[in-house]
Design a protein around this ligand. Structure first.
Ligand SMILES: Nc1ncnc2c1ncn2[C@@H]1O[C@H](COP(=O)(O)OP(=O)(O)OP(=O)(O)O)[C@@H](O)[C@H]1O
Length: 451
């Protein structure tokens, strides 16, 4: 709030103004009471009845002022909360059923604001990183790490199983950095024979070895001003590791057969699906290079630890297709229950190949037999549980079970959440939270007309 006085501008916060108004009112009532009492005593009259009357009037006036202020402040807040609830951005308010409770009011506002800020967070993430599906908390944490580290020049070490999106993250770090105008040069240390790796990385002079007919700049020189992505760094020979350390420390490369070092300005992002710390302990990876790379570590969780991402990844892969495609709830169920040891890459391949087999809607029979083999067997409640019991992680299994029961109830209720909540014997609000947690697309639970 701004207060204009003469030509100078004063900024006063609301939480200063309100106490000021009320202290002003109490000073006014004190002065009023004093004057009435003094006047009455002077006139030789008992001041008590007048004081009571004026006290009541002042009390009433203060109450009306307070009411007005609170309404002015809380009115828009209440409107916002109701709108957020009715739009489904926040959980529906069930205090209507339980009777209004002032005690719950603040808790309700706090919850709604938290949920809305979560949604805004997701919207911002989708806007900033449209190529990365990150519905789960773990992946959203990864996005905030990217946001934090990208503008700096820090070395980043990305670890995670194969197919979890390490290259995608490395590319995103480059695109959100000040080096984005320059090149992002990738080298897969595992795919290049040991004998060629150094010449690929550092380049060579003409005649450096048989076949070196002309001078060739290496990946570091090619990426000058940009980013070098060292993929599968865990597969780099120890000798080459020492040279990489030198590049990082001295910011120069030695071409093979070269007489003097060439200065380079690159940021290094490395990735590995191996446990580098363990490799250091086994003397398979240089400790000094590990510390130099691990300045900012990013760990990508395997897909089986974030199944809530699966429906959103599937949607993203469907949207890449030219034809209008969808996945039936049963097929989605199977996709969500699979352990995905090949992670996102395997899921993408499965969805893409299923789309080729299906006309429009991907059904269980369009999924590859390997997937159908590990597929789900119905439990008494019709829940699917994978037969490949490699992961016996209790929390994961229980979550899968819970998700299956929720989907079953939603399907039986034709997607009507109030009815599904009744079936499950839980509150609608509680169902809403779980539906959000598991990223269940309720619209897919509705029976299509004619079915
Ligand atoms: N969160 C995600 N959102 C959208 N697509 C993803 C996501 N994670 C991975 N992918 C896709 O999965 C595929 C594999 O990802 P990527 O190549 O980055 O994995 P990787 O961890 O580098 O694999 P590898 O260790 O085998 O090199 C790519 O097509 C990538 O676009």
């Amino acid at each position: 709030m701004k207060l204009y006085m003469k030509k100078s501008l004063y900024h006063l916060k609301l939480y200063i103004i309100i106490p000021l108004i009320f202290s002003g009112l109490s000073i006014l009532s004190f002065i009023g009471a004093y004057r009435i009492a003094a006047g009455r005593i002077q006139a030789g009259v008992d001041p008590a009845p007048h004081l009571l009357l004026w006290g009541g009037l002042f009390g009433g006036f203060t109450f009306v002022c307070g009411l007005f202020l609170i309404r002015a402040i809380l009115g828009p807040v209440e409107k916002f909360v109701v709108e957020a609830e009715s739009l489904g951005v926040a959980a529906p308010n069930d205090s209507k059923q339980n009777g209004p409770s002032g005690k719950d009011e603040m808790a309700r506002y706090t919850t709604v604001f938290r949920q809305v800020s979560e949604v805004l967070n997701r919207v911002e993430a989708r806007k900033l990183f449209p190529e990365i599906v990150a519905q789960s908390k773990a992946m959203r944490q990864v996005l905030s790490q990217i946001k934090r580290v990208a503008p700096t020049d820090s070395t980043v070490l990305i670890t995670g199983e194969s197919g979890t999106g390490k290259e995608l993250v490395a590319d995103s770090i480059h695109r959100h950095s000040q080096r984005s105008g320059k090149r992002f040069v990738k080298i897969n240390c595992a795919a290049i024979p040991e004998t060629l790796l150094e010449s690929e990385l550092f380049g060579y002079e003409k005649g450096a070895f048989t076949g070196a007919a002309a001078r060739k700049p290496g990946k570091f020189e090619q990426a000058n001003g940009g980013t070098v992505f060292l993929d599968e760094i865990g597969d780099m020979p120890l000798e080459t590791q020492a040279k990489i350390l030198r590049v990082l420390e001295e910011k120069e490369v030695d071409r093979l057969g070269g007489m003097r070092p060439v200065p380079v300005d690159v940021r290094v992002v490395a990735a590995s699906n191996r446990n580098i710390q363990e490799m250091v302990d086994n003397n398979e990876f240089r400790e000094d290079l590990f510390f130099r790379l691990n300045v900012f570590p990013i760990q990508l969780p395997p897909l089986r630890e974030r199944p809530e991402d699966i429906p959103f990844l599937v949607e993203a892969f469907l949207s890449h297709s030219d034809k209008e495609a969808s996945v039936s709830p049963q097929a989605m169920h199977i996709l969500c229950a699979h352990p995905w040891h090949g992670n996102v890459r395997e899921l993408r391949n499965v969805v893409e190949s299923a789309m080729l087999y299906s006309q429009k809607t991907v059904e269980p029979e369009h999924l590859p037999p390997a997937l159908s083999g590990s597929m789900a067997i119905p439990t008494p409640v019709g829940v699917f549980i994978s037969r490949e019991e490699e992961s016996l992680d209790l929390d994961y299994r229980l979550q899968e079970l819970e998700k299956g029961i929720l989907v079953e109830a939603l399907k039986r209720s034709d997607g009507v959440q109030a009815q599904a909540a009744r079936l499950l014997g839980i509150k609608e609000r509680s169902l809403w939270h779980r539906v959000k947690k598991y990223g269940i697309d309720v619209s897919r639970m509705r029976r299509k007309p004619g079915n």
